[in-house]
Design a protein around this ligand. Structure first.
Ligand SMILES: Cc1ncc(COP(=O)(O)O)c(C=O)c1O
Length: 462
């Protein structure tokens, strides 16, 4: 655009904008971005910058070696990174329909993806509500549960039950039912009318277990205690992660989820599985509900639905829950809830291509087949300095390290840095627990490689 067409003031604006663009492209201007769940000052002293990814690897700004993705991003790139069919689908969709309103209008891919997810989900979990993240999925599920009871004339059921050490994202609903102290303590009084089951993990009874521990099913009976305390007429829903991921990979004790289901049934309480991590193959099945043969009333999903390529989340509700809303005048909205970007066209396109990949490459079965190899490899870390426990399930492993005196979380933090800088391996940490959850396309050789690398890392931070 010729400069003469701008008024002097506008010209200055334009020049300022160009200066901002130039500044933005300076690689080490790290001041403006406030990183989430990251110690910002430390990060900015030695940034870990990723510029490209493909399949199992990231590539860094400095042009160093390819970094092996031991964590599927944040538990989301289950089909691997930048897979060609997903990239092509997003590109195609962007050129065709960038956006259409999600309220009162819709586009075909949303129906197609919902149908595919309903077919993938077990039993009568057939109704899909879309949002954009796991946190939104959780809050959506909690709101559906509350409204479900309301529309059926049981509006006294307002209480929500979560579990200690549960992670359900960062919305106010999610942190209220969640059970991780640092995610709660800074943020006021949270939702009222929430209670928590005890965590199912006990190192004393479960240390170094592959898969579901034998000890702990009885902890489900704590739900009966909460029912006795609050009365069933006040309880809307129980939400649990079938396998608690973010708090360090805590597989459910054998029989525990079945017991929760039975107690919920007995008292008319909806059971919500937060499958934001466990959905889409992490445990060797489409959903953890399949692995454990337990049917929840609502599944919250996100992450793997698009293999992390475009933000998307959602809730899969049972027919029974959905139909409870489908009463009253037909021109009236049944659920006063939704997001501008619910069922965004790019996310739907990415989701459809991702589901195709999962199917065509049989990635869930692949995760199941690799589980024993992965578990054996993880257990080779037993006996290394400071390794207190190792838990595995599906393609996920949690490795607890002894904390450094007076510095909780420091040892694992140092392990994460060493893994990235010295070994070109990306790992996740939660407190002093290391979590591994590679994309489901991981090879046996890469599994062995990542645990060999971890041996050196754990020794280095001894
Ligand atoms: C079980 C569970 N629920 C919810 C969330 C929140 O997802 P998001 O970060 O997409 O909001 C996560 C994220 O790790 C999760 O693990």
């Amino acid at each position: 655009m010729p400069a003469a067409r701008f008024a002097p003031g506008a010209m200055r604006e334009c020049e300022m904008a160009q200066t901002r663009v130039a500044a933005a492209s300076v690689p080490n201007d790290l001041e403006s971005f406030w990183l989430p769940f990251t110690p910002n000052r430390d990060f900015k002293r030695a940034p870990r910058l990723i510029v490209r990814a493909k399949d199992m690897h990231y590539y860094t700004a400095g042009g160093g070696p390819a970094v092996l993705d031991g964590t599927a991003g944040l538990w989301c790139t289950n089909a691997g990174h930048n897979r060609d069919p997903i990239v092509a689908a997003i590109q195609r969709q962007a050129g065709e329909l960038d956006y259409s309103p999600a309220f009162q209008f819709a586009h075909p891919a949303a129906f197609e993806l919902a149908g595919r997810l309903a077919a993938l989900a077990p039993g009568d979990l057939n109704r899909v509500f879309f949002c954009n993240s796991g946190s939104e999925a959780v809050d959506t599920a909690l709101k559906i549960a509350l409204a479900y009871h309301y529309v059926r004339g049981e509006g006294t059921r307002t209480r929500l039950i979560g579990r200690e050490r549960g992670y359900h994202g960062v919305g106010f609903g999610g942190i209220s039912v969640g059970g991780i102290v640092n995610n709660r303590k800074f943020f006021g009084s949270l939702l009222t009318g929430v209670d928590h089951l005890p965590v199912t993990y006990s190192r004393e009874h479960q240390a170094f277990t592959k898969g579901e521990p034998e000890w702990g099913a009885h902890l489900a009976d704590e739900l009966e205690r909460l029912v006795a305390l609050h009365d069933a007429s006040s309880i809307a829903a129980l939400i649990v992660e079938p396998m608690a991921g973010s708090t360090g990979v805590l597989p459910p004790p054998q029989g525990y989820l079945q017991r929760l289901r039975a107690i919920c049934d007995r008292h008319g309480i909806l059971l919500i599985f937060d499958e934001v991590i466990t959905g889409f193959g992490r445990l060797g099945c489409a959903f953890a509900a399949d692995r454990y043969g337990v049917m929840p009333d609502l599944i919250a999903f996100a992450k793997g639905v698009t293999s992390g390529a475009v933000p998307m989340g959602g809730v899969i509700a049972s027919d029974r829950v959905y139909e409870a809303f489908m009463r009253g005048p037909e021109h009236v909205i049944e659920l006063f809830h939704g997001y501008t970007y619910s069922a965004h066209p790019l996310a739907c396109a990415a989701g459809l291509a991702t589901l195709d990949l999962y199917r065509d490459e049989k990635l869930f079965a692949r995760a199941k087949a690799l589980e024993p190899r992965f578990a054996d490899a993880a257990m080779t870390l037993k006996g290394l300095p400071n390794v207190l426990d190792i838990r595995t399930v599906g393609l996920a492993a949690g490795i607890d390290l002894a904390s450094r005196p007076g510095a909780f979380g420091l040892r694992a933090y140092q392990a994460m840095e060493r893994a990235f800088q010295d070994e070109a391996l990306m790992i996740r940490i939660a407190g002093d627990t290391i979590a591994l959850s590679p994309p489901l396309i991981v090879t046996e050789t890469q599994i062995d490689q990542m645990f060999d690398q971890l041996v050196r890392v754990i020794k280095a931070v001894a």
